[in-house]
Design a protein around this ligand. Structure first.
Ligand code: RM4
Ligand code: NI
Length: 274
């Protein structure tokens, strides 16, 4: 897998934030980075696969990608992105801002923003783009303060009222809702109700976007999360099963095997063999 390093993108090692404007974003293979990334969609559509889970992107969707995340862009259709790259440990943030930065895995890491916020963010990104590419103390300080403004605008502009979204965006909202609540979800009806679409409509749209039906997508999301916990933590498998939403660990094993063609136990063995 490709691993992108800070020195390929940032002006110098003391510079904690920079921009990459993708107009458009070309398909980009799976990669991880030594920095964090905020993706702001300003136009177009595309598939965004993060930690193996497919999502769709459309205008005004915002997504936080952490260091440990892997992601790729595919099936892009005039997808315009403002990517903000940053190194969180190097930022000197105002202490109040810290609450606005999504870091924990439980935090919301993707949402739509309203058009007004999007316009303001656009302007800020433009300024950030200039300042973050100037090698001076002044510009670096200004860049960091613009970065903080962007963070707050993204929060303030977050769309909570689902009725402000069109049907396509409701489906994207639904996918992001499933990604963030997979452990407590069982039925498509609950998601459909949350996004105010009929279960029928949502079923066929999810299928169209991801190639999976709701149940497949849900189990896929749960087991993918479980796989990464099996590989990268020491948590007992039964506990992982429970955390991702399975009450019965045998059932979890069955679903896991359907997706990865190996049992959770085998997956853990592979880890210890590394
Ligand atoms: C790529 C893509 C990636 C980003 C790099 C810097 O085109 O947008 O997500 O990490 O640029
Ligand atoms: Ni990236």
């Amino acid at each position: 897998m490709i691993f992108l390093k800070s020195n390929e993108f940032f002006l110098n090692s003391s510079c904690p934030v920079t921009t990459e404007l993708r107009t458009p974003q070309e398909p980009f293979p799976e990669h991880a980075h030594s920095f964090e990334e905020i993706i702001i969609v300003s136009a177009g559509n595309g598939t965004h696969v993060m930690n193996d889970i497919p999502m769709n992107l459309s205008k005004n969707y915002v997504c936080f990608v952490k260091k440990e995340d892997r992601h790729l862009f595919d099936q892009v259709d005039d997808l315009y992105l403002s990517n903000i790259l940053f190194e969180k440990d190097k930022l000197s943030l105002n202490s109040a801002i810290k609450d606005f930065m999504p870091y924990d895995s439980d935090d919301d890491h993707g949402w739509f923003i309203n058009e007004k916020a999007a316009k303001r963010v656009d302007q800020l990104v433009e300024q950030l783009h200039v300042e973050s590419h100037i090698d001076s103390i002044e510009s670096q300080i200004i860049a960091q303060s613009i970065f903080q403004q962007i963070i707050v605008e993204l929060w303030r502009g977050k769309i909570k009222d689902i009725n402000l979204l069109n049907n396509n965006d409701k489906v994207i909202f639904a996918l992001s809702y499933i990604n963030q609540n997979y452990a407590d979800l069982n039925e498509i009806e609950n998601v459909a109700e949350r996004v105010q679409l009929s279960a029928r409509q949502l079923t066929s749209s999810i299928k169209k976007l991801t190639g999976m039906n709701f149940n497949q997508y849900l189990h896929y999301t749960r087991t993918s999360k479980a796989l990464s916990d099996i590989l990268y933590t020491d948590q007992p498998i039964t506990e992982i099963a429970f955390d991702v939403g399975y009450q019965d660990s045998n059932y979890f094993s069955t679903k896991f095997k359907q997706v990865f063609n190996l049992t959770p136990r085998d997956a853990r063995m592979r880890r210890t063999c590394r």
